[in-house]
Design a protein around this ligand. Sequence first.
Ligand SMILES: Nc1nc2c(ncn2[C@@H]2O[C@H](COP(=O)(O)OP(=O)(O)OP(=O)(O)O)[C@@H](O)[C@H]2O)c(=O)[nH]1
Ligand SMILES: [Mg+2]
Length: 217
Amino acid sequence: MSILVGIGGCGRNTAEKMLARLPSEFDLYTFDQIIDIPRGISVLQLFQNLKGVSEPKMLCAEQAAYDYLLGMDSPLYIVVGFGRSTGTNVSLTLAKEAHARGIPVYCFVMTPFAFEGRENEIAKAALIRLGLYATAILTFSNDLLMDVLGSSAKLGAAFSTQCVWVTRALLAIHAYQERGEAALLTEHLGPNRRIEMGVVFTTTPSSACAFLNAAHK
Ligand SMILES: Nc1nc2c(ncn2[C@@H]2O[C@H](COP(=O)(O)OP(=O)(O)OP(=O)(O)O)[C@@H](O)[C@H]2O)c(=O)[nH]1
Ligand SMILES: [Mg+2]
């Protein structure tokens, strides 16, 4: 079994759109701050989303939610938008805990638009910290996305396109994990274990070829 967890607003939106395209061995969870109306406070809650079921099922909250995700002892695939509060902080905590327990953790991180300003600095710093814990980090720049699609593209359509992109990257990474070749993946990615927009930037063509061949094996 593998766990896909969408964290924060962006992670939740993106992961939910990915569900229909995921192989059956994936369980989808979303983890976000939800307003508890009767108590008038915001609570970090974990939901499970099942294929074909429209309403996600609330499982648990706060520390119990971390324990639930880590207790399954399955590889974690985290989808998140970096730059604000919930997604950034919760992903870092979850990845740190997973790393401490020897659980592989693959992070698919949307990075902010340049116009968002301060969010960019927060995202950059958080990516450096995430590098301490993640098995691999795949970044998807919202700015580059709009460059590719053109400024007339509607934001909703752009984010849906990005979901397809993220899903394809996730399936390539998942293929490595399933074959027990996570170490080979790390070797191909180099010391910062980072892939931008699902593409390996490398100065050694042979390692790029090896990566692509292995992903499509
Ligand atoms: N690609 C994509 N990016 C998004 C989406 N929603 C937000 N973002 C980006 O993700 C960043 C984080 O936004 P959210 O996920 O809404 O923030 P959060 O983690 O829930 O943080 P708080 O609500 O402030 O606690 C933003 O700065 C945006 O750049 C989305 O649906 N798709
Ligand atoms: Mg939010």
